[in-house]
Design a binder for this molecule. Structure first.
Ligand code: MLT
Length: 325
């Protein structure tokens, strides 16, 4: 065996040993989970629940950092450029699959620049309005929107966000173009709605359940195929004159490309443990959702789902001719 081959083998052995050593004592410092939307919104809520549980089972602080803007692409770009050492993660939702169609100058590849860790939860959406909006139900809302069109202010969290996509689908289904108002997340959008500054929004139950039950906003329908148990008084959009209307917001946890497999394995195990945590299950149930089944909290399940969703949304967005840049 010549010197070059020996040298290559030696270097490979050193690299493998250092990866193994890195993984052995991983995590030995705090882990940051980037949420690509403002604090106080639905993605933030899911992330903080999971992070709190992972802190316990990893015995290291797992902290959430909110990096809002551009429909989630600023935060996702931050993680795409982070070191692949397992200390910077991304918790994102369906928006990670629509970004490549909506942003023609996207600064990252949603598949190629990330390592999937696992799916987290599918969250229903609700169509809600400020209390002062006159329609009391969907039967009154649809004619009201047709009569008022662009006078109605529809809030969302930026092009490509779940609230934006739900709004796109809703407006194209009823053939009404409202005036859209973007925010850094539906947390601040909700604050604006509670102040009566915006009229309508489609947002996830993880952000709207408390306001609906507290009578702070009007709620018209849920976007799932079947009613949401914790909001059983609300009809589905499909049963409210919009057959086939269905949106559920899936969430996934990712690491940057190049994160060593032993580290990814530890993170997948920690995610799966968090999704079996009775506190996480109970809180998500109160908020109208539940953790994914354990066999979906895996890298392969997330990798497959992300690819399927990118392929599904690409023609829909291209047909709608909606681009963010
Ligand atoms: C949020 O967390 O603010 C929402 O997920 C934003 C959105 O996608 O509507």
């Amino acid at each position: 065996m010549n010197y070059q081959t020996l040298r290559r083998l030696g270097l490979a052995a050193i690299a493998a040993a250092s990866t193994f050593a890195h993984a052995q004592d991983y995590p030995n410092k705090a882990i940051t989970v980037v949420v690509p939307f403002a604090a106080g919104g639905p993605t933030d809520t899911v992330a903080r629940l999971v992070a709190q549980s992972m802190t316990t089972n990893l015995k290291q602080q797992v902290i959430v950092e909110n990096v809002g803007g551009a429909g989630g692409t600023l935060g996702a770009g931050r993680v795409a450029r982070a070191a692949g050492d397992g200390y910077t993660l991304l918790l994102h939702h369906i928006g990670h699959s629509t970004a490549p169609s909506l942003y023609r100058k996207l600064a990252f590849d949603p598949i190629g620049d990330f390592e999937p860790i696992g799916l987290v939860a599918d969250v229903p959406m609700t169509l809600i309005a400020k209390q002062a909006l006159p329609p009391k139900d969907m039967k009154e809302l649809l004619p009201y929107l047709k009569a008022n069109k662009e006078k109605v202010l529809y809030a969302h969290a930026g092009v490509g966000s779940a609230s934006h996509l739900c709004g796109l689908l809703f407006m194209s289904t009823i053939q009404v173009d409202m005036t859209t108002v973007p925010f850094g997340g539906t947390g601040p959008a909700m604050t604006s709605m509670l102040g009566g500054e915006v009229d309508l929004m489609c947002d996830q139950t993880t952000n709207t359940t408390g306001q609906i039950k507290g009578g702070k906003v009007k709620a018209y329908a849920v976007t799932t195929k079947t009613p949401v148990p914790s909001l059983k008084e609300l009809p589905t959009m499909a049963d409210s004159g919009l057959p086939g209307f269905e949106v559920a917001v899936w969430h996934g946890l990712y690491a940057p490309k190049g994160t060593p497999k032993p580290v990814l394995d530890k993170l997948t195990a920690a995610l799966q443990t968090a999704l079996k945590d009775p506190n996480v299950i109970a809180r998500l149930a109160e908020l109208g959702t539940e953790p994914v089944a354990q066999n979906r909290a895996t890298p392969d399940a997330l990798r497959t789902h992300l690819k399927t969703e990118i392929d599904k949304w690409s023609p829909v967005i291209k047909k709608a001719g909606v681009y963010a840049d």
